[in-house]
Ligand binder design. Structure first.
Ligand code: 5GP
Length: 132
């Protein structure tokens, strides 16, 4: 997010919503919890949802539906990574950094059970770490 906004040259505001669908697992439960909602109203505003990774698409579908109901002027979706092989719902990000294979990745802000976010690169988590 911080890398992205440094490249945006038009006036922009940022706000954060924290959602969780995984807990300490590597598979989406399909149940999305809002842990922290937006601080400001998005009514009448042009929204760009910035995601780390789209996997099954369940989280993004929920977010798009939830934010659409708040009557923004438009909604687009940007994601650093996309794993299209695992998609369970029809949703295509408007902007994608990288398409990646069906591997569980960590680092560069992405976690597994709140660990590894600090890695300065994106790596594939060894399956033996999460299959115990
Ligand atoms: P979805 O609902 O599309 O299955 O999952 C989206 C969310 O699950 C992402 O925003 C991310 O938090 C998490 N997620 C999906 N795939 C991965 C992955 O490979 N690594 C990590 N660390 N999180 C993932």
């Amino acid at each position: 997010m911080s890398d992205l906004i440094r490249k945006i040259t038009i006036p922009v505001k940022t706000d954060f919503v924290a959602v969780s669908s995984y807990g300490a697992s590597t598979r989406s439960s399909g149940i999305v919890r809002i842990l922290k909602d937006l601080d400001e109203s998005v009514e009448g505003k042009h929204l760009l949802i910035v995601e780390d990774i789209v996997d099954t698409g369940l989280t993004l579908k929920y977010l798009v539906e939830n934010l659409s109901s708040r009557r923004p002027a438009s909604i687009k979706v940007c994601t650093l990574m996309d794993k299209p092989a695992r998609r369970e719902v029809q949703i295509v990000p408007d902007y994608t950094g990288f398409q990646i294979p069906d591997k569980f990745v960590v680092g560069f802000g992405l976690d597994y059970a709140e660990r590894y976010r600090n890695l300065p690169f994106i790596g594939v988590l060894k399956p033996e770490i999460y299959s115990k």
